[in-house]
Design a protein around this ligand. Structure first.
Ligand code: UDP
Ligand code: MG
Length: 308
């Protein structure tokens, strides 16, 4: 199998027929063997029925139907597990991503990339979406050091090694390029065409502004400190305890000199900092314990090549 096209969808009944037809056209042109994996993420419209109908005409279709809505990350994850292709392409189901870009993505992968992300340079979304998105991309670029413009583009292509190694849970689908880059994969981007949503409406509201940044924190933490939590918590603990120690030392000196310190707020602060510091330390140690008990099963590295 050459290509697996993984498409998560939630209530997109009106787009599916045109989408399937256009994918089929695009892939046939370049004469590749392919499969389309639709993941129905708990649709309440006729999306599932529609896909089953389409499957009669397009036997390349595979469909996974979730019992309820589990979110885009879960849907992608299920699709990735099912995918048999050497290259996996993900795409939104709402026709905003253009199937005609598939050959361009493949070309970029074949030039040596492991993950190619689309960049919706000219975007057809309301300002309420594009503005937060700009901020989100800017911050992510700044904090992760990865030079791509559009982390959250639905249209992406992966070599199969990439998806077999990446964890996609929660809402981490926005950060797949970050996780891949951290694992040592080559990540790049190409400019892709973007279209207005024709049918239905967007599934992500303003809430994602907040949750997106929580996820960024998670990603920064798991990429940098996943294997060594004590390095982070230990440092925070050390800083907090040291400051607390010197404050209380100063208090002790005053006390020995005969000054009353019972009414000094500074005493409280010093003690508080020492307690917080000790808590950071214990948190780091518990983290280390979790890792060491798991490490037997998953030692953390990623192999590019092996010659015997
Ligand atoms: N989607 C999904 N599960 C969800 C939310 C969205 O499978 O819980 C799908 C949705 O049907 C679409 C893609 O993810 O195919 C992107 O969603 P949407 O177009 O609403 O996002 P936007 O383009 O507005 O960022
Ligand atoms: Mg969309």
């Amino acid at each position: 199998m050459d290509i697996s096209i993984v498409i998560p969808l939630l209530n997109e009944e009106d787009s599916l027929e045109e989408l399937t037809r256009r994918i089929d056209e695009a892939v046939r042109k370049i004469k590749k063997e392919y499969e389309i994996i639709y993941i129905d993420d708990g649709s309440t419209d006729n999306s599932y029925k529609k896909i089953v109908e389409l499957k009669e005409k397009y036997p390349e279709i595979i469909v996974i139907r979730f019992r309820r809505n589990f979110g885009k990350s879960a849907a992608l994850s299920a699709g990735f597990q099912k995918a048999k292709g050497d290259i996996i392409i993900t795409m939104d189901a709402d026709l905003q991503d253009d199937p005609a870009e598939i050959p361009n993505l493949l070309e970029k992968i074949n030039s040596g990339c492991d993950l190619v992300s689309g960049w919706k340079k000219k975007r057809y979304d309301p300002v309420s979406k594009t503005l937060p998105s700009k901020l989100f991309n800017y911050t992510t670029r700044l904090l992760t050091g990865i030079k791509i413009h559009d982390f959250n583009c639905g249209l992406k292509a992966y070599r199969k090694e990439v998806i077999k190694e990446l964890p996609v849970y929660g809402e981490l689908h926005r950060y797949l390029p970050v996780l891949a880059h951290w694992q040592g994969f080559l990540v790049d981007e190409i400019v892709v065409k973007h279209h207005k949503r024709k049918h239905g409406k967007t599934k992500f509201g303003a809430r994602r502004l907040f949750t997106g940044f929580f996820d960024l924190l998670t990603v920064l933490f798991i990429t940098r400190y996943h294997q060594k939590p004590l390095h982070l918590f230990g440092l925070l603990g050390l800083i907090s305890i040291s400051i607390g120690f010197f404050i209380d030392l100063y208090m002790a000196i005053l006390w020995f000199q005969g000054h009353g310190i019972g009414h000094r707020p500074l005493l409280l602060l010093g003690t508080l900092l020492i307690i917080i510091g000790a808590q950071f330390f214990s948190l780091g140690l518990i983290g280390e314990m979790l890792i060491s008990s798991r490490t037997k099963h998953s030692i953390y590295y990623s192999v590019r090549e092996e010659v015997e």
